[in-house]
Design a protein around this ligand. Structure first.
Ligand SMILES: C[S@@+](CC[C@H](N)C(=O)[O-])C[C@H]1O[C@@H](n2cnc3c(N)ncnc32)[C@H](O)[C@@H]1O
Length: 244
């Protein structure tokens, strides 16, 4: 399977894509409330590592959710899902912003990290994954629960998500050969899941460290292609689907 990587601002990258060319979006922006956690010391303090050239990436302000979700809605095909990793504080901002863009909000899924982390008011053990829908798409397996258990990734890219959690989302909401995209891909966990499951992956991140890390992880799993080829293949597939 193939993958295409870009290094742009997430919204700017989505704006380069034609309408209705992506089958599934799974993403994890560096939400604004991370700054608050960092200020009071309730999230990981990062040191220089092989995966990050600076101490932490800049946050994506909640004020930009409107433009982000409008683009997410536009690039998704008619019947498609959109998953957004976030914390509880961000969920209150992201849900109405997603609905204003046209999505149906179903529910937050919980990523249960299985062990407690930092925090002063009940120790942090979970993160949310907001489940949005454009149109109507059936999940592949109706027996999957809304709590997905997987241990934290230690020593990886800052805030790296477990591939097993991404695999559940990708296998629930796409089929083989479809395009899975992540505009804030970081180390590319969504991409690893997508390629392992026989999907095409389109990833973007504005940091060089993310691009290096993702490329290193994705190279053994698929063939990297240029944007022109990736978009050409998606448009050809769309034309074929219209004929069916
Ligand atoms: C929370 S991390 C994603 C981690 C990823 N899910 C993983 O498993 O490795 C957020 C990423 O968004 C990137 N980022 C921050 N602002 C961005 C922007 N405006 N456009 C694109 N990427 C951005 C950061 O460089 C960082 O890699």
């Amino acid at each position: 399977m193939s993958y295409w990587l870009s290094r742009l601002d997430a919204v700017a990258w989505l704006r380069t894509l034609p309408d209705a060319c992506v089958d599934l979006l799974v993403t994890d922006p560096p939400y604004e409330s991370l700054e608050k956690h960092r200020a009071v010391g309730t999230t990981t303090r990062l040191t220089h590592s092989k995966a990050s050239s600076n101490e932490w990436f800049a946050v994506f302000p909640n004020a930009r959710f409107g433009e982000l979700f409008a683009e997410c809605f536009r690039v998704l095909r008619r019947d498609a899902h959109f998953y957004l990793f976030c914390d509880a504080a961000t969920a209150f901002e992201a849900k109405p912003a997603g609905e204003a863009a046209g999505f149906t909000f179903w529910k937050p899924l919980i990523w249960d990290k299985k062990t407690i982390g930092l925090g002063y008011h009940y120790r942090a053990r979970y993160e949310m994954i907001l489940f949005f829908e454009k149109g109507k798409r059936r999940l592949q397996d109706l027996a999957i629960p809304d709590v997905l258990q997987a241990p934290r990734v230690h020593g990886g890219y800052p805030t790296e998500k477990p591939v097993s959690v991404c695999e559940t989302l990708v296998s629930q909401s796409s089929v083989s050969g479809e395009v899975v995209a992540d505009p804030f891909m970081g180390s590319g966990s969504t991409g690893v899941a997508a390629l392992k499951l026989g999907r095409v992956f389109w990833g973007n991140d504005r940091s060089d460290a993310a691009l290096w890390t993702a490329r290193e992880r994705l190279a053994p799993l698929g063939e990297e292609v240029e944007g022109e080829r990736a978009l050409g293949a998606a448009l050809a597939r769309e034309a074929q689907l219209r004929l069916l």
